[in-house]
Design a protein around this ligand. Structure first.
Ligand SMILES: *[C@@H]1O[C@H](CO)[C@@H](O)[C@H](O)[C@H]1NC(C)=O
Ligand SMILES: *[C@@H]1O[C@H](CO)[C@@H](O)[C@H](O)[C@H]1NC(C)=O
Ligand SMILES: *[C@@H]1O[C@H](CO)[C@@H](O)[C@H](O)[C@H]1NC(C)=O
Ligand SMILES: *[C@@H]1O[C@H](CO)[C@@H](O)[C@H](O)[C@H]1NC(C)=O
Ligand SMILES: *[C@@H]1O[C@H](CO)[C@@H](O)[C@H](O)[C@H]1NC(C)=O
Ligand SMILES: *[C@@H]1O[C@H](CO)[C@@H](O)[C@H](O)[C@H]1NC(C)=O
Ligand SMILES: *[C@@H]1O[C@H](CO)[C@@H](O)[C@H](O)[C@H]1NC(C)=O
Ligand SMILES: *[C@@H]1O[C@H](CO)[C@@H](O)[C@H](O)[C@H]1NC(C)=O
Ligand SMILES: *[C@@H]1O[C@H](CO)[C@@H](O)[C@H](O)[C@H]1NC(C)=O
Length: 718
């Protein structure tokens, strides 16, 4: 009887030392559990360069057998993950004139695991680049008609028969944000014109294509296996799930764990689900990045026949209409359908031709264009605080303005409207966390603040694939070299670049030291303006210039990460018994979940390393909610040499927090005459089961977000 077979990943932890053939071992294990078939046909991939494991076709029964097998850490289904888009660098005080470390930077290799890259883009020109760093052990296997250069030094595709060439645009966009060369006068049809540039324009790129039609877990793991052994310095991965999974079934947590054991920092997008308990990249060894806006917004205006001017959120590159055109309401322009069906796209072409249509949903633009309309006015649902590209002139309006337009249309004999081309405006209220940015904490690891930091992820102009539609619409055949995208996908490569920038000055710093430097120097965000406080923005907004010289760092060793892995789940090694509570991990932020109405006394032992001036004195100060009594002992640290470490304990006491789902924030600030080293200290109540219907935006967001733009959502599993 033919059983239903599914792809499963068997993760086996570290590679054993000495002579060992992983693929032979995998084959033998499979031979034992797949008695009825050829084991060689079951085995899809062996992971054997950087960690141990394999992907195989198995029945549910065989999977159960395998899970109990000696040496197997976890067995989980091969799911499909999602892709999670330049003013941004200037905004964070990082001008083109910033002092750089040219040798360090050109020696830094950023591995981008995404949808590939458009190698001919001007952003990846290697003009003026020196030879490829000697440490590089990877290859250029880009496939047909794909050539690497001194900027793109590595390319691998895991999609059978597909070159590394990017047909989606997502990977090209992310890569150019991280390490794109300077491109002058870049714009999207004149909108947001300026210099398009990556954070580390002299750094090298190694491209790992895991997303074709889907991004599959087995390919993501293989990309990590290769990237680690190829010798990248930093991994940027703007891919994730819209719900949290346990780290032993999370390919990115597994890959990043082995990466950090080899001194490689993994930066991951926090996700675009917008809700509490949805953040991804919550393993302590991952740098998880939220998205916020910058001081530049893109808007477009709408003029109604009665003279009122409304402000919409759209990247509308179509020329402003020169005259007013008739305005109709979608529900009313159908001769064949009911009003409800009409609003879902059953439009009558003859009634909307050369007119602007008011739509009740914001995912109907394709249908409206196909039916021959000149443009459409759609609701932005109030939550979409970003503008995106449509396949025809679109104005996305808030609920009040939407009602105004409907009332006007219904109260006039010949309603008329004009939609204007978008423009960039100054946005004084920046940075604010984007409503779509996934919120922490983790339901699996509650005692860690995630995301870690925020970076620009709203309306980012960067390079694109000319084969991809800028509106991600099947009827939009336009082709561009640069476009504007929003998402935590765009925030992630900003942080990867910032980490590369810090590393270019401090090539010997550990990944955790680099992450600490970016966290403790981050701009403080205003909790009154940002729903969900630290669970929206972590330690704050990155400031790469400051992070270069953080004064003190909170370092974490490979062994400590192994202990944490032991605590969180099973062993990655044969044995691990040590007790290691997460609060003892030397993390640069501190958090604990407590029960409602119970008094608490929490202690966080920490150790800092002096990387500022040999002789320096740091004094602790505490800010925070009056409900939290935070103490530091000792509260003065007197250093006499570089690399000297000093330990202290942060104690947080409280009489109890009255209500569920409450976040009490404070912070610990170490100040010397030159440096400020800040760590958020958070105590909260609540868990994933209490948060349903909770504080943040509902999950419907991602559905529409998908249809509309950037995060390319794919149905689950095989
Ligand atoms: C396969 O099963 C046999 C018999 O139970 C056992 O001796 C052998 O060690 C197993 N092979 C592996 C790779 O586990
Ligand atoms: C290689 O790809 C580029 C970009 O798509 C295209 O313009 C060119 O014609 C291709 N060359 C060949 C030989 O296929
Ligand atoms: C969203 O946009 C509105 C209008 O521009 C603004 O008032 C509000 O503060 C924005 N919210 C966020 C989170 O950006
Ligand atoms: C249009 O106006 C009429 C009369 O004022 C009202 O009954 C009707 O509900 C309105 N229709 C819409 C779609 O607002
Ligand atoms: C895009 O870039 C190519 C060169 O890579 C150039 O030939 C083409 O004109 C550019 N397109 C636009 C719209 O600028
Ligand atoms: C785990 O295995 C690695 C590699 O074999 C080794 O270096 C490390 O010491 C082990 N750690 C523990 C906690 O056993
Ligand atoms: C794991 O951490 C928790 C708290 O974070 C602690 O109570 C527990 O003892 C730890 N377990 C082990 C095995 O280290
Ligand atoms: C501090 O440690 C770093 C990294 O281990 C090392 O490169 C550097 O030489 C040390 N500096 C001093 C002054 O000991
Ligand atoms: C989650 O919170 C609810 C209400 O406070 C509580 O009853 C439940 O035990 C909590 N669940 C866990 C896993 O802590």
């Amino acid at each position: 009887m033919q059983k239903f077979l599914q792809v499963f990943i068997a993760y086996m932890g570290f590679l054993p030392e000495g002579e060992y053939s992983a693929s032979l071992h995998h084959y033998e294990i499979l031979k034992n559990i797949t008695s009825h078939r050829f084991a060689s046909k079951a085995l899809i991939r062996s992971y054997q360069k950087s960690f141990n494991g394999f992907a195989a076709y198995l029945s549910e029964e065989e999977k159960q057998k395998l899970a109990g097998y000696e040496g197997i850490v976890s067995v989980f289904p091969c799911q499909k993950l999602h892709l999670q888009t330049t003013r941004s660098w200037d905004f964070m005080g990082f001008p083109t004139t910033i002092k750089r470390s040219p040798v360090g930077e050109s020696n830094t290799i950023i591995g981008v695991i995404d949808s590939g890259i458009w190698p001919e883009s001007e952003s990846f020109s290697d003009e003026g680049f020196g030879p490829i760093p000697e440490k590089w052990k990877g290859e250029c296997q880009g496939g047909t008609n794909f050539t690497c250069n001194r900027k793109i030094i590595g390319a691998r595709s895991y999609i059978v028969g597909d070159s590394v060439r990017d047909t989606k645009g997502h990977g090209t966009h992310a890569s150019s944000i991280a390490a794109g060369s300077h491109v002058y006068e870049a714009s999207y049809y004149g909108i947001a014109k300026g210099i398009a540039r990556g954070g580390v324009p002299s750094a090298r790129l190694a491209v790992y294509k895991v997303c074709g039609a889907f991004c599959e877990v087995r390919d993501i793991l293989k990309a990590f296996d290769d990237a680690i052994s190829d010798g990248v310095d930093i991994i940027s991965i703007s891919v994730g799930q819209d719900h949290q999974v346990d780290i032993t079934s999370d390919p990115i947590a597994i890959g990043a764990f082995h990466a950090i054991q080899k001194g490689i920092l993994t930066v991951q997008a926090a996700g675009n689900a917008g809700r509490l308990f949805s953040v991804t990249g919550f393993a302590p060894w991952i740098f998880s990045v939220a998205a916020s806006n910058t001081d530049r917004r893109i808007i477009n205006k709408v003029l109604l026949g009665d003279g009122s001017v409304l402000e919409g959120t759209s990247v509308n590159a179509f020329p402003s209409s020169q005259e007013e055109v008739p305005l109709v309401y979608g529900r009313q322009v159908t001769s064949i359908c009911s009003e409800t069906e009409a609003s879902a796209g059953c439009l009558d072409g003859s009634l909307i031709k050369q007119k602007v249509v008011i739509c009740d949903k914001n995912n109907n633009a394709d249908l409206v264009k196909e039916a021959g309309a000149l443009g459409c006015i759609v609701p932005n649902h109030g939550r979409y605080n970003y503008s995106d590209v449509g396949p025809l002139p679109v104005a996305a309006l808030g609920i009040n303005d939407m009602n105004l337009v409907k009332t006007y249309q219904n109260s006039t004999k010949k309603p008329q409207v004009q939609i204007f081309k978008s423009q960039a405006i100054y946005n004084p209220a920046a940075p604010l966390i984007a409503s779509f940015s996934s919120r922490g904490p983790s339901k699996f690891i509650p005692d860690i603040i995630k995301p870690d930091v925020t970076a620009p992820g709203v309306e980012i102009l960067a390079a694109y694939s000319p084969m991809a539609s800028p509106s991600e619409s099947f009827i939009d055949k336009s082709s561009v070299n640069y476009t504007i995208l929003s998402g935590t996908s765009m925030a992630c490569p900003h942080v990867a670049a910032a980490a590369a920038f810090v590393k270019s000055f401090h090539p010997n710093w550990s990944p955790s030291a680099i992450k600490s430097a970016l966290m403790t120097t981050a701009w403080e965000m205003d909790p009154s303006q940002n729903l969900d406080a630290e669970f929206a923005y972590g330690s704050g907004h990155i400031d790469p210039q400051k992070a270069k010289d953080p004064g003190l760092v909170y370092d974490i060793s490979e062994e400590d990460y192994q202990m944490i892995w032991c605590n969180i789940s099973h062993s990655v090694n044969a044995s691990c018994h040590a007790k290691f509570p997460l609060r003892q991990l030397n993390y640069p932020s501190m958090v604990a979940r407590v029960d409602v109405k119970s008094a608490f006394v929490l202690s966080f032992p920490r150790t800092v390393t002096n990387v500022g001036d040999a002789n320096s004195k740091y004094v602790a100060s505490i800010q925070g909610d009056s409900k939290l009594n935070i103490r530091v002992d000792p509260n003065i640290l007197q250093f006499t040499s570089l690399n000297q470490t000093m330990s202290f304990v942060v104690t947080v006491e409280g009489k109890g927090i009255k209500s569920p789902l409450t976040i009490k924030s404070g912070s610990l600030l170490w100040t010397s005459d030159k440096h400020k080293v800040r760590s958020p200290v958070v105590v909260y109540t609540g868990n994933a089961s209490t948060s349903s219907g909770g504080v943040s935006t509902p999950s419907t967001f991602c559905k529409t977000y998908v249809i509309l733009f950037v995060c390319i959502i794919i149905a689950h599993c095989i």
